[in-house]
Structures are given as structure tokens and as C-alpha cells.
Design a binder for this molecule. Structure first.
Ligand code: AMP
Ligand code: TRP
Length: 340
């Protein structure tokens, strides 16, 4: 991590929109846990305000929020060490979000590739919230003056936008108030691809369940999805360069590396010359051994929803204690009268 004049503080979030995937785990949650255990203050959010930018059934949203909390806990996030909460319980996010909507320029928003990908040809029918979402994401981060943001590759552009928004706020109001946060994107799992198409991101919302491994999948389902994963007829080479034109093979090597905590270069030397008929069972065994205990723990935690809600409420109180004074100072800088 590079130095900044601001106290280091980690913030990240995941949308509770269902089907937490292996991509979320390797790209995000596992790295949240590493950062929690590195001695820096860590704040991790279930971003329910972001989730409703596309339609969410209310009953499902509530269940998915608790499931995501269960996943955070089952993967090793500890509510004593990290602040864990759902975004809608801390109003400062939406409040600062409005101020930042008025700092952010439309031209910047028009460059956001995720909106273009999600909206496709239907931009006219999308919610205003989906379009404005990166500015709310900036508010999530800046309400805590967070400096380090662990995310997967697809969120890099949004964290860079947050830097631009912070810099424009500081410049417009002639202050040095918000830090310019850094995206932390490293390791083999920052872009886990679909098991059906190695050129597409593994995603919660892919219509094909075979395209992803869900954190709640049982052992048989994980093994079946890996067995059916798209590959090519060639054996595995002994170096990564030879995987350049083989996205599916490259993805399976990356997944193996991500789960086992090795580098892709180490993995390829161990499995050089193997056919997929040999390599896939190895990967399936590794994935099942690693993920099954997490799924079991998630199911156990989901058996006591009131305990999850208690943890989220407590986390929200602690989060609000940090965010409210920052919001108040931002309001003062903007020139709002505060008299209560
Ligand atoms: P989302 O599911 O879009 O809320 O994403 C939550 C976090 O998981 C973000 O940091 C994403 O960058 C990360 N993420 C989502 N999908 C993947 C993927 N396929 N590979 C790596 N990281 C991912
Ligand atoms: N936009 C992120 C995603 O879809 C989730 C998110 C919302 C987030 N607010 C955040 C991530 C703040 C990091 C920091 O994956």
C-alpha cells in the first residue's frame, strides 16, 4: 500500500442481490479477510441501496442481505475486528450521496462501462439509480474517508471515479477534506470468468447457473459444474504464455491458484501436460474441500437470523459514529445551516 496523509482505512461492499459466487469470494471477500487481519481498520458493507437499482423482490432482498452477512462471517470476517453492516441502516451514505451527485459531472457518468454493459440497448428503461450508482459508491467510501478499497477488476473504474469526485469536491470548496482512495486489486482471483464462456465475467446474474459456482452450492453441484466447464481439447502447457488464446483453460488455472493461494505460474508447472480429464477432478476436489465448510457454516448461521440482525445493527451503530461527523463537516463545507 502506498502512503497517504490520511489514516489508512479499508472500506468495501458487495450487493445483496443473491447467489454470492466464487468470483465474489476470490475477488473480494477473501481479500477482505486478509486485510482485516493485517491490523488496519476495516469496514465492510452489504450495499442494499445499490441492489435496488435493479428490481429486487422485498422478501428476497431481506434474505439475500442476511445470506451475504452469513457469508462474510463464514469466510472469516469477525464483527469484533471489522465493522459489518447493511448500508441502508446508515443514512449518511444516501445523504452524502446527494451532495456528491451535485459534484459529479454527467460526462464522467457517461463513461462508466458497467452502466453500458448492464443497460445494453435498454438504457431508456433503466432506473435513474442505476445510472447514478457510482456516485453513491463514492459516498460509501468517502463517508468514512476510506483510503484503500479491495475490489475485483470490474470495480476499478468506479474507484477511479471516486478519486475524481473527491478531488473535485476538494478543489471546488478549496479544502483538503476527502482522500483520493486507492483500489486494491491483486492476486489470481480479481477477474474470475464464467465456466461456460472464458471471455465473460462470472456473475450472480448470468441466466445459466452452470456458468458460476455459488457459495451455497453443495459438493455434488460444485463437482458437476467443474466437470461440465467449457474447455478445449489440448493438454495443459508448461507456461502461462501458451494459455493466452485459451481463456477457459486460463480461467481454470486461475481458479485453482486463487483457491490454493498459489500463483498461476506455480500451478501451471505442477499440472503441465495434463488433460482436462485429469485436471478437472483435482480442481473439483480442491474447490469442494475449501468451499463446503464455508457453505455448511453459512447454513448454520442462517438458522439464527436474529443473531445476524443483531450483528448488523451493532455494526451500523459503529459505522454511523464514524460517518456522521464526516457528513456534518461536509455539510458545513458546502454551506448548509445546521442548527439542531
Ligand atoms: P458485486 O457482486 O457486483 O456486488 O461485486 C462485489 C465484489 O465482488 C466487487 O469487488 C467485485 O469486483 C467482485 N467480483 C464480482 N464478480 C467477480 C468476478 N467474476 N471475479 C472477481 N471479482 C468479482
Ligand atoms: N459497486 C460495487 C459492486 O457492484 C459494490 C460497492 C458499492 C462497493 N459501494 C462500494 C465496493 C464501495 C467498494 C466500495 O461490486
Amino acid at each position: 500500500m502506498t502512503d497517504t496523509p490520511f489514516t489508512p482505512r479499508v472500506f468495501s461492499g458487495i450487493q445483496p442481490s443473491g447467489n454470492l459466487t466464487l468470483g465474489n469470494y476470490l475477488g473480494a471477500v477473501r481479500r477482505f479477510v486478509e486485510m482485516q487481519n493485517s491490523g488496519i481498520e476495516t469496514i465492510y458493507c452489504m450495499v442494499d441501496l445499490h441492489a435496488i437499482t435493479v428490481w429486487q423482490d422485498p422478501t428476497d432482498l431481506r434474505r439475500h442481505t442476511r445470506e451475504l452477512a452469513a457469508a462474510y462471517l463464514a469466510c472469516g470476517l469477525d464483527p469484533q475486528k471489522s465493522i459489518l453492516f447493511n448500508q441502508s441502516q446508515v443514512p449518511a451514505h444516501a445523504q452524502l450521496g446527494w451532495v456528491l451527485n451535485c459534484v459529479t459531472r454527467l460526462g464522467w457518468m457517461n463513461r462508466m462501462t458497467q452502466f453500458k454493459d448492464k443497460a445494453g440497448k435498454n438504457a431508456e428503461k433503466m432506473s435513474l439509480g442505476l445510472y447514478a450508482y457510482p456516485s453513491l459508491m463514492a459516498a460509501d467510501i468517502l463517508a468514512y474517508k476510506a483510503t484503500h478499497i479491495p475490489v475485483g477488476e470490474d470495480q476499478k473504474q468506479h474507484v477511479e471515479l471516486t478519486r475524481d469526485i473527491a478531488a473535485k469536491f476538494n478543489h471546488d470548496f478549496k479544502v483538503d477534506f476527502f482522500p483520493e482512495p486507492e483500489p486494491i486489486i491483486d492476486g489470481a482471483g480479481t477477474r474470475v470468468m464464467s465456466l461456460r464462456d472464458g471471455t465473460k465475467k462470472m456473475s450472480k446474474s448470468d441466466p445459466s447457473d452452470l456458468s458460476r459456482i455459488n457459495m451455497m452450492d453443495d459438493a455434488d453441484t460444485i463437482a458437476k459444474k467443474i466437470r461440465k466447464a467449457k474447455t478445449d481439447p489440448e493438454p495443459l502447457p508448461d507456461n502461462l504464455d501458451d494459455l493466452a488464446d485459451r481463456p477457459e483453460a486460463r480461467n481454470l488455472i486461475n481458479i485453482y491458484a486463487g483457491i490454493s493461494g498459489q500463483t498461476p505460474a506455480d500451478v501451471i508447472t505442477q499440472v503441465a501436460g495434463q488433460q482436462f480429464g485429469q485436471f478437472k477432478p483435482l480442481l473439483a476436489d480442491l474447490a469442494v474441500a475449501h468451499l463446503s465448510p464455508i457453505a455448511d457454516e453459512m447454513r448454520r448461521l442462517m438458522g439464527d437470523v436474529s443473531e445476524i440482525d443483531r450483528i448488523l445493527g451493532d455494526g451500523a451503530n459503529r459505522a454511523a459514529e464514524i460517518a456522521e461527523p464526516i457528513l456534518a463537516e461536509a455539510y458545513d463545507i458546502v454551506g448548509f445551516v445546521r442548527s439542531r
